[in-house]
Design a protein around this ligand. Structure first.
Ligand code: G4P
Length: 536
């Protein structure tokens, strides 16, 4: 291919890419909506609901047995589908807040987010937390109000609650149409079209039949009935008068959220949402790096690792690093620089995923996520690039909040325990500490995690992937602070009652506090040492 042809291939591919994640409080319907988007994208043919959701509970996007046992979604996966000429990458995130780190890192890899709300509950705690992460990064946020098949909060009130609670402006792109308390369709304000849905026999397992009509036609009046039609016209007048105007610039800057109404369960409103969302959501944009913004249209490949996952499939005992492509074209087998180490790595056998299924790929473009085989060289946050010295910024680091000693039941398995803990640390799922700086091979490592549930996952994985059974002894200390300064001062501040001193894998001292008041006091008053929230 000529230079010009290569560039136009890249431009075309970027223009079509949409990479997003869904943020929501558990139970708002993320799994159901994900499944329906895949259904409309032709990536699956029958949504899981047809088989009875209890049986196929975590239908498409979960891997680990443990998730099924506990009914929570733990790992993140990446799904691709094509729709209306767009190439869509949907980044799935764990539902449970104990796995927030994973979710936050995945949000960094997304170009936009869909905030899913339950029409009775509106904004909930977890929605608020995840919204805050997107807002900080100025990620464009789209809102989907779900479960409209049930009577919920008044849509106008929902919108004003979202605005007041989250401090974002809203513009309703679709509007629910109800008749005799039944949800029968949506009005698309941009296309000026009514979509009326057919209640079908498949209970949402197949695409819903959709009758499209103009707002003010004899046909529409007849289909809706005069009363419903008038209520709709009245609602729309109110929206035009009182709602925020549509403003593409504000959407791109994350200041205005386009709002959609629908039901993931029955599919009503899902397709109008998907069609509008893909048009309005941004294609991959330039990303900040240590050498300034990196343009996706740059002809040199670059990307960063936002997730590492080992043993995803017991049949393939391997370790996959998920790389978000930021610029240039990725080609299987290409050599790239790993900025952190300066080493050249060959990215062979890249894959894309649809939950359990993997497919080998030859190429990928900005916005795509590829899984590359990792033999232990890669770390979360690593930049890989054809250029030297580029480092992408903004992958968040988190301090653990809970600590436990990990006691081996069979002391002969120390080597396997170390291997397992090393793996979990590299995946960013846990951090390992010791009671003395020279204790790296000592008898009882300490593990810190952001959420308690990560310990259950750790025990499960140590046993099933490494054959090591352990018992946990929870520690009272939380709120770690890394301390730097003179050694005797560090030991003095750590010796106070209620505090304990541990060391991270690099031998850096860390003080754990049991009491929030003591933590505040120490970090404000003890000035002979420096306190850090994450490893310095
Ligand atoms: P999550 O991933 O956000 O946690 O939510 P999930 O999709 O698992 O949905 C949570 C519950 O909400 C499920 O019901 C699901 O069927 C229901 N749900 C999802 N979308 C809609 C919708 O549009 N309308 C209505 N009415 N319900 C919806 P469940 O009783 O917990 O499970 P199941 O018995 O349906 O499997």
């Amino acid at each position: 291919m000529s230079e010009a042809a290569i560039q136009s291939d890249l431009t075309e591919a970027i223009r079509k890419r949409r990479t997003f994640a869904i943020i929501s409080h558990p139970d708002a319907g993320k799994t159901t909506l994900t499944e329906k988007l895949l259904l409309y994208g032709g990536a699956i043919h029958l949504a899981g609901s047809v088989k009875g959701r209890r049986a196929a509970r975590h239908a498409t996007s979960d891997w680990m047995k443990l998730e099924q046992e506990r009914g929570i979604s733990v790992t993140s996966s990446v799904m691709q589908f094509e729709y209306a000429g767009y190439h869509v990458n949907l980044l799935d995130t764990p539902g449970h807040e104990d796995f927030s780190e994973d979710t936050y890192r995945t949000l960094v890899a997304a170009d936009s987010a869909v905030m899913l709300l339950d029409n009775r509950r509106g904004v909930e705690e977890r929605t608020r937390q995840l919204f805050a992460v997107c807002k900080r990064r100025r990620t464009p946020i789209f809102t989907f109000v779900n479960k409209c098949d049930r009577v919920g909060e008044d849509p106008l009130k929902l919108i004003s609650d979202v605005e007041a609670d989250l401090g974002i402006l809203c513009h309703a792109v679709t509007w629910p149409i109800r008749r005799d308390d039944a949800f029968i369709g949506v009005y698309d304000r941009r296309q000026k079209k009514i979509h009326l849905f057919d209640r079908d026999e498949a209970h949402g397992a197949e695409r819903v039949r959709d009758h499209v009509a103009a707002l003010d036609s004899a046909e529409t009046r007849e289909l809706l009935g005069v009363a419903t039609h008038e209520t709709l016209l009245h609602d729309l007048e109110l929206l035009d008068a009182a709602g925020h105007p549509f403003d593409e610039q504000q959407i791109r800057e994350g200041e205005l959220s386009p709002v959609f109404f629908g039901s993931a369960l029955t599919n009503f409103g899902v397709e109008p949402f998907l069609a509008e969302f893909l048009e309005l959501a941004p294609a991959p944009l330039a990303r900040e790096s240590s050498v300034g913004p990196i343009d996706p249209y740059d002809d040199k490949f670059s990307g960063f690792v936002f997730k590492i996952q080992a043993n995803m499939d017991p049949k393939h005992r391997d370790r996959i690093a998920f790389v978000r492509v930021c610029s240039g074209k990725f080609e299987a087998g290409m050599d790239v620089k790993q900025t952190r180490t300066g080493k050249t790595l060959r990215l062979s056998a890249p894959q894309q995923f649809l939950a359990r299924e993997r497919t080998a790929i030859d190429e990928a473009y900005p916005g795509d996520v590829i899984g590359v085989m990792d033999r232990g060289n890669l770390r979360i946050g690593d930049t890989l690039s054809e250029r030297e010295g580029v480092e992408f910024q903004g992958i968040p680091r988190f301090a653990p909040e809970h600590f436990t000693r990990v006691v081996l039941i069979d002391p002969m398995k120390r080597k396997q325990l170390d291997a397992g803990l090393r793996q979990l640390t590299e995946e960013g799922a846990a951090q390992v500490f010791f009671t003395s700086p020279s204790d790296v091979a000592g008898p009882t490592p300490i593990v810190g995690a952001v959420g308690q549930l990560q310990f259950d996952v750790m025990l499960h994985r140590l046993e099933h992937e490494y054959g090591v059974r352990c018992r946990l002894e929870r520690m009272a200390g939380k709120s770690p602070r890394w301390v730097t300064g003179p050694k005797d001062e560090i030991e003095r501040v750590a010796r106070s009652p209620g505090r304990s001193l541990i060391y991270d894998v690099k031998g850096n001292p860390v003080v754990l506090f049991t009491d929030a008041w003591d933590l505040r006091w120490a970090t404000e008053k003890e000035k002979s040492v420096q306190w850090h929230e994450v490893a310095p």
